[in-house]
Design a protein around this ligand. Structure first.
Ligand code: NAD
Length: 478
């Protein structure tokens, strides 16, 4: 199969617009450092055009029966599945993750469209008995209006699909700005939606300088809802912008996932699954496991097994057969990981494996295990978003919970134990929106996905996912 990359466009009002007379930014293959293409940046006039188209499309799309919307979304899911071999390669080329990960991601993106196609048919209201017999009281759920969506580069298929599928099923048009680092994957999904029959203007895709685009879109009175996945500082900024226009926003802002490994757990399984999960997507996953808190009596044994499982992982170009861990996705991430590891080591952390860049082209960093990391190390506070696992001992459940809940993040947490009481207690007291007990599989279209505390608010996916794109209207009639 060829390594051909797709041409890049803006997608505005049903038209594919190339880079002619527009600024661009390069898209780099993180495994080789080579430039794959140049993504066009939308001008302020392009964005105005998109906003007008969105306003017009809303009138049409809200009137389209949920059943008809569902047909288009299901057809799009089929097209994503048909075109999966191509989209998966685009994803690995521009993002770097192993092809097996891209395969899972594209399949999951299709699932989201199928799931929300059906959920769109169930946006029920209710009839409330009146105090006066001649009055009829209806509570209706209606689409909230045009949506501005901002998605990052780490999951260029799943994250846009999770937002688009729910918004479109609810009857809302969307202007999405995916990460400029990985534009082709989201454009390929947009092409599936267009080919499935989505009318012009219902979905539009723009790129550019993120801050300028979000400022213009969020300030527009056309936009009635904002959704963002990315870092806490940017989430805070966009929430403030949305507040200016009293617009609701959903935020999914990353985490610092603790894993509580109790001495009674199956340590082989915990180490194998833990290492696979921590280094999956090169650790650039918001629900990734970061801090492994291990009960003291099991700590040395677990560390040994975890290091062995880490060293067995195959690192390389995501397109090479057998690769499990690809490069970091960009130079910023590589520099950040180097700085975090250097800082931790300077403060006394022990490197059990890794701890360095890998030779050759691309943004490769060795899967790294750090033990006994001091509390003042930056990596104990900042989301590493890269291939670093932290190992720390604990004595009792209460101690583990204090450490697990110490940070302002609250996205994911995991527990490994054979004791049902420990599992229930830890599950109840961990401050996280998603908790895995004895496993790590959390991203499924039919389940809610979201966090608490500074990890954000507004679960996406599951029955909850469509709620944010609906507004409640009460109609009383005599
Ligand atoms: P960033 O915060 O600068 O960017 C994250 C995403 O937000 C990117 O797609 C970017 O285009 C977009 N963005 C940035 N500023 C924006 C603005 N003013 N308006 C609208 N969109 C904007 O971070 P980064 O350098 O790409 O990554 C740094 C850190 O962010 C990572 O190390 C990680 O901690 C976090 N992050 C989290 C997720 C997640 O899934 N929650 C995804 C990507 C990055």
């Amino acid at each position: 199969m060829s390594n051909e990359y797709d041409p890049l466009y803006l997608f505005i009002d049903g038209e594919w617009i190339d880079a002619a007379q527009r600024d661009t930014s390069p898209v780099v293959n993180p495994a080789t450092g080579s430039v794959l293409g140049h993504v066009p940046h939308a001008t302020t006039t392009d964005l105005e055009r998109a906003l007008h188209a969105s306003e017009r499309a809303f009138q049409l799309w809200r009137e389209t029966a949920p059943y008809e919307r569902a047909k288009i979304l299901k057809r799009a899911a089929e097209l994503i599945r048909e075109r999966a071999p191509h989209i998966e390669r685009l994803l690995t080329l521009e993002q770097g993750k192993a092809l097996s990960e891209s395969r899972y991601e594209v399949a999951s993106a299709a699932d989201y469209f199928e799931w929300f196609a059906e959920e769109g048919k169930r946006t029920y209201g209710r009839v409330v008995p009146s105090r006066r017999p001649q009055v009829q009281q209806l509570v209706k759920r209606q689409p909230i209006g045009p949506v501005a969506a901002f998605t990052p580069w780490n999951f260029p298929a799943i994250t846009p699909s999770r937002k688009l599928s729910a918004a479109l099923a609810a009857g809302c048009p969307v202007i999405i700005k995916p990460g400029e680092e990985c534009p082709a994957t989201t454009l390929a999904i947009a092409r599936c939606l267009q080919d499935a029959g989505l009318p012009a203007g219902v979905l539009q895709v723009v790129f550019g300088v993120p801050d300028a685009i979000s400022a213009q879109l969020i300030a527009s009175p056309v936009i009635r809802k904002v959704t963002f996945t990315g870092s806490v500082p940017v989430g805070r900024l966009l929430a403030a912008r949305a507040a200016e226009g009293v617009k609701p926003i959903s935020l999914e802002l990353g985490g610092h996932g603790p894993v509580l490994v109790f001495a009674d757990a199956d340590l082989d399984q915990a180490a194998q699954l833990g290492a696979a999960n921590r280094f999956r997507g090169t650790g650039q996953i918001c629900i990734s496991s970061t801090r492994f808190l291990v009960q003291r009596s099991a700590y040395p044994g677990f560390a040994e097994k975890f290091v062995a499982a880490t060293e067995a992982l195959k690192v390389g170009d995501g397109l090479a057969p057998g690769t499990q861990v690809g490069p970091l996705s960009n130079q910023r991430q590589l520099e950040k990981i180097e700085a975090l590891v250097d800082d931790a080591v300077r403060r006394g952390a022990r490197v059990l494996t890794g701890g360095k860049r890998l030779d050759g082209p691309g943004y490769f960093y060795a899967p790294t295990v750090l033990a006994d990391v001091p509390g003042e190390a930056r990596v104990m506070h900042e989301e590493p978003f890269g291939p670093i696992a932290l190992l720390l001992p604990f004595d009792e459940l209460d101690d583990a919970l204090v450490e697990a809940n110490r940070l302002p993040y609250g996205l994911s947490a995991y527990i490994f134990t054979r004791d049902a009481r420990t599992a229930i207690q830890a599950g109840d007291r961990l401050e996280a929106g998603m908790i895995g007990i004895n496993h790590f599989s959390m991203i499924v279209s039919e389940l809610p996905f979201g966090g608490m505390k500074e990890s954000g608010y507004g679960s996406e996916g599951g029955a909850e996912g469509i709620e944010h794109y609906l507004t409640t209207k009460f109609i009383s009639q005599v």
